[in-house]
Ligand binder design. Structure first.
Ligand code: DGY
Length: 323
């Protein structure tokens, strides 16, 4: 067992506030990347925790003998193999709640940018075209009269739905099981919801069961007036099928904050006029990222002082073993 202050490994880059706060409680140690080949014998036995903003694979976890906890920066923890951690008795934490309202705000911005082409309109003004050429073209799409379907109705989904309600549009949702007490129209299948709505907002986590579930068939069901917004994970959308659907007018437009292969975005997708693209900024305000950083560190502190993490993920409901 390692002695003294717990050693927390930071592989690769992480939010600066995490780096600033770790030395108050721990001995931080660093490697350049999540690569088991970088783990020296001293780190293999000396590290008790990992703070990470990115991926932690099973083989990386296996490189440590006394690893107790992995604190993930982000509510989505698809980059961390939590099932493997669960089997090994390693606790994984994420950062729920503190980013809910921020991500919901961003989603509304992206939705409006997509249907009303507001970024394009601003570019028109900035390029001097308003003066030279006159008014920006009318947006072919509007939010008026739309029916919005949420794919996912967790904490962030609910916060988005609450905001969408205020636009006076109908709200539907699809999840595996209906959420009690919700007045929105429930669909047991994604296809059924896609057929019933003209706008889908994706806010499911990136898991094996959601991977590429927004595919060509769903886009056809969404239809020619359809708008797809994705603020969940890029892995949920078949990006090639989406690009093709946008090119051929199978759907009308898309707003994306997340992508299959971040930070790389397909050139075909970038060339399209009917998309609004953001570089994964759903939670990216200073205040919210500070709160996420605090929760990463506070989870580690709680684990090593009280034996219980503040926000463990469901796969790892562990308490710390004494000693
Ligand atoms: C999350 O927390 O999962 C958001 O996507 C920001 O990284």
């Amino acid at each position: 067992m390692p002695q003294g202050r717990p050693r927390i490994l930071v592989p690769g880059k992480i939010n600066k506030r995490v780096l600033d706060r770790l030395p108050d409680h721990f001995e931080p140690v660093f490697v350049a990347a999540v690569d088991p080949a970088l783990i020296t014998p001293e780190l293999a036995t000396g590290v008790s925790g990992i703070a990470v903003q990115g991926k932690v694979s099973a083989d990386f976890m296996d490189a440590f003998r006394n690893l107790e906890i992995i604190a993930n920066f982000g509510v989505g923890y698809d980059g961390v193999d939590a099932a493997h951690a669960g089997r090994k008795g390693i606790t994984v934490t994420n950062t729920p709640d503190v980013l809910t309202e921020e991500v919901a705000d961003t989603t509304i911005g992206l939705l409006l940018n997509t249907v009303r082409q507001l970024p394009q309109a601003e570019n028109w003004l900035r390029a001097g075209r308003w003066v030279r050429e006159g008014a920006f073209a009318l947006s072919p799409l509007t939010l008026r009269g739309r029916t919005v379907g949420l794919y996912g109705m967790g904490r962030i989904g609910l916060a988005i739905a609450k905001r969408v309600e205020s636009f006076g549009v109908a709200i539907h949702y699809h999840t595996r099981t209906p959420r009690e007490g919700l007045a929105y129209t429930y669909h047991p299948t994604l296809k059924g919801m896609a057929e019933a709505v003209d706008t889908i907002i994706v806010i499911v986590p990136g898991t094996e069961s959601t991977a590429k579930t927004i595919n060509a068939e769903i886009l056809v069901a969404l239809g020619a007036n359809g708008v797809l917004i994705n603020v969940g994970r890029g892995s949920t959308v078949d990006e090639a099928a989406l690009t093709d659907a946008l090119k051929r007018g199978v759907i009308a437009g898309a707003g994306l904050d997340v992508f299959e292969n971040e930070p790389h975005v397909g050139e075909d997708l970038m060339a399209l006029e009917n998309v609004s693209l953001l570089p994964h900024v759903g939670s990216a305000s200073q205040a919210t990222r500070d709160a996420m950083a605090d929760l990463v560190v506070d989870n580690l502190v709680a684990w090593f002082t009280t034996g219980k993490a503040l926000t463990p993920v469901p796969e790892t409901p562990f308490t710390r073993k004494a000693g």
